[in-house]
Design a protein around this ligand. Sequence first.
Ligand code: ASP
Length: 411
Amino acid sequence: MHKNLTKHILLALLFGVIAGLILNFVPESIFSRLDTYVLTPVGDIFLNLITMLVVPIVFISISLGTASLKDPVQLGRIGGKTIGFYLITTTIALVIGLSLAYLIQPGAEGAFDTQGVEYEAEEAPPIMDTLLNIIPDNPVNAMAEAEMLQIIAIAIFFGVALAKLGDKTAGLHRLLEQGNEVMMFLVRIVMYTAPYGAFALIASAVGAAGVDGLQQMLMYMITIILGLVLHAGITYSLAIRVLGKKSPVHFFKSFFPAMTVAFSTASSSGTLPISMRTAQERLGVSKKVSSFVQPLGATINMDGTAIMQAVATVFIAQVWGADLAFSQLVMVVLTATLASIGTAGVPGVGLIMLSMVLQQVGLPVEGIALVLGVDRLLDMLRTSLNITGDAACAYVIDRSEQGKDTASDSV
Ligand code: ASP
C-alpha cells in the first residue's frame, strides 16, 4: 500500500473521530439522518468494494499456492503448524483478558443498573456442523455464501489437481495467475476510496457510542485495549523475535498499513486482500505461505475477539454479582476458542460468539446489551489485532519453512 495512502487513512480516522464527537452535540434527529443517508452509505460502499474481492482472491491465491507446493507433505506440515500457532496464541489471549479483567474489575458491583436490560441473542452455528461442512456439497453455493473454510477446501483440491496434472493444465494455471494480477490491480484501485470509507465508518461509530456511553464504559474499554496492547507487545513480539528471528518493531511498522484498514472496516475477511498483500510485499512472506495461512486465520484465529470475550464475560459476571469458578473460566477458554473457529471475521461477529460463551457458563445473555454501545469501536481495535496475529503466524511459519523447499516460490 502506498505510504501516502496510509497517511490519508490515518488523517481521515482522526477527522472522523472529531466529527463523531461533534455529532454528539447536535440533536439526535440530525445525527441519525446524517448517519443513515451519508455516513453509513459511504462506509458501506467502501466495505462492499473491498469485500467483493475477497472470494476470488482467496480462491485464486490458495489454488496457486497449493499448486506451487511440490510435495503434499508440505501442506500438512504448514497446516499443522498454523493451527498449533493459532490455538496457542488464542489461549494466551484469553488468559491475558481474564487476568486483566480480574485485576482491573471493570464491572465492579453497583456501577451498572441491570434492571430492564434486554438483549436478543443471535444463534451461533454449532461447532460440529461447521467442522463437518468444511467440505462443501456445492462449490457454487460456498462461493455465493462466502463460506471461507469451504472455499479454502475447494481451492486446496483444485490446487492439488493443478500440481498433479502439470503441463496438461498449464493454460488454466496461467489463467489463474492472470486473474491474480487483475485482483491485485483492483485492490490497488479500491484502496483509493479507503480514506473516505474510514472517515465515514469511524464518525458513525463515535457518534453512535456517544460521549456518555464512552465515559460509562471507560474501564471496560481500557481493560480490553490494555489486553490488545499486551498481546501484541508480548505474545506476538516474542513470536517474531524468537521464532521469526526478526525485530518486532520492523514487523509492526511494516504491517501497520494493513492494521489501519482493519481498524476502519472491522472485518478480518474484508481486509484479507490488503493484509495478504502487505505481508507479501512489506514483510517478505512467501505467497505460498501467506495465501494459505492468512485466509485461514481470518476465519479461525481472532485473538482480539478472544480478549474482548474474556473481559466481557468477567465484566458481566461482576455487574451481576456472580462468582465464576475456576472450572467456568476453563470453560470460557474452551468455548471462546471453539466459537472463533466456526465464525467468519466480519463486523460484530464477536458478540455472537460472546453470547455462546455466556450461555455456556450460565451468565445472562442480556449483559451484551451493556457492552453493545461501544462495541463497534472496540471491534475496530480488536480486528486490527486479529489480522496482526494472522500475519505474525504467516511470518513465523514462512521463516520456519525456508530451506525446506527447494522449489521456487512461483505463485
Ligand atoms: N470484526 C472481527 C473480525 O472481523 C470479529 C469480531 O470480533 O467481531 O475479525
